[in-house]
Design a protein around this ligand. Structure first.
Ligand code: BTN
Length: 270
């Protein structure tokens, strides 16, 4: 596939001095490749895209299946130093959505904490996901506790065509189903600069300013949810730390993405 490497670089470099764009025909995982490079000391800002991943990773140790040409698979490697880390992956989701669907024509929503879904909630289908990984390597003063900077790998997978894999936990959807006129190249060109802008804004201002935007796009908002730690109730959006709020019979409970996962949800608009 022919990727708009130069256009992308021209668009992003002013925001990220030293930025580079690289396309690989095949790699195990773009996330793993950037982490390997970082361990060797290469932490310059980069977008690494692979036409094929042989061992693509999803969240919670899952496999991210993708067929060459049917999926956008790339990772952004960035040295970041936000005041508070909480909410970063939610902000990445917002950036992707802003790039892909600025006028909300495709009805893409976000499923806390890291998924792109197309609603309505009852028949929601997964369009893509985000896998964030980070390490202190690359931070010049990482022994100094005051220095919070980390090398972050933001892995993004977006279906172009919905995978046919029947064993998938969630039914899938692809960009082709939503907007047949949107090429993978255009999608990439739209998404990456927005994600970079959102992440930069997050680093200077934190998550607080994104709460309203996230809650407006949150596909779970108002739905009855059941979490892996036994918490059940109505999802009520997120707080200023990006934690999921759940109204239970006992009161409002906050869930941090590191602790628990969403088991199921029932459509029960209030
Ligand atoms: C999820 O939904 O569980 C997250 C999926 C993330 C997949 C992307 S594809 C590019 C990057 N490299 C990987 O190995 N995973 C992420």
């Amino acid at each position: 596939m022919n990727w708009p490497v130069e256009d992308l670089w021209l668009e992003v470099e002013p925001d990220l001095p030293g930025f580079s764009v690289e396309v690989l025909a095949q790699v195990d995982s773009t996330n793993d490749e950037l982490m390997r490079r970082a361990k060797k000391g290469n932490t310059d800002p980069i977008l690494l895209l692979a036409n094929e991943q042989t061992a693509g990773k999803g969240r919670r140790g899952r496999v991210w299946h993708s067929v060459p040409g049917q999926s956008l698979t790339f990772s952004l490697g960035l040295n970041l130093n936000p005041m508070i880390w909480s909410g970063l992956s939610l902000v990445v989701g917002l950036g992707i959505l802003r790039g892909l669907d600025p006028f909300r024509k495709m009805s893409i929503g976000l499923k806390w904490p890291n998924d792109l879904w197309v609603g309505p909630a009852t028949g929601a289908r997964k369009l893509g996901g985000i896998l964030m990984e980070s390490n202190v390597i690359g931070s010049p003063n990482f022994t100094n506790k005051q220095d919070q900077s980390r090398y972050c790998v933001i892995g993004i997978g977006i279906n172009i065509n919905a995978p046919k894999d029947v064993s998938l936990k969630m039914p899938a959807i692809g960009l082709e189903d939503l907007d047949p006129g949107l090429t993978p190249q255009t999608a990439l060109l739209r998404v990456v600069p927005e994600v970079v802008k959102y992440v930069k804004q997050f680093c200077s201002k934190g998550f607080t300013g994104f709460v309203t935007e996230f809650n407006a796009l949150d596909i779970l908002n108002g739905e009855a949810v059941s979490m892996s730690n036994g918490v059940q109730g109505l999802a009520r959006g997120v707080n200023a730390l990006g934690e999921l709020l759940i109204q239970t019979k006992e009161g409002l409970v906050t869930i941090s993405s590191d602790e628990v996962s969403l088991l199921s949800f029932l459509h029960q608009r209030d």
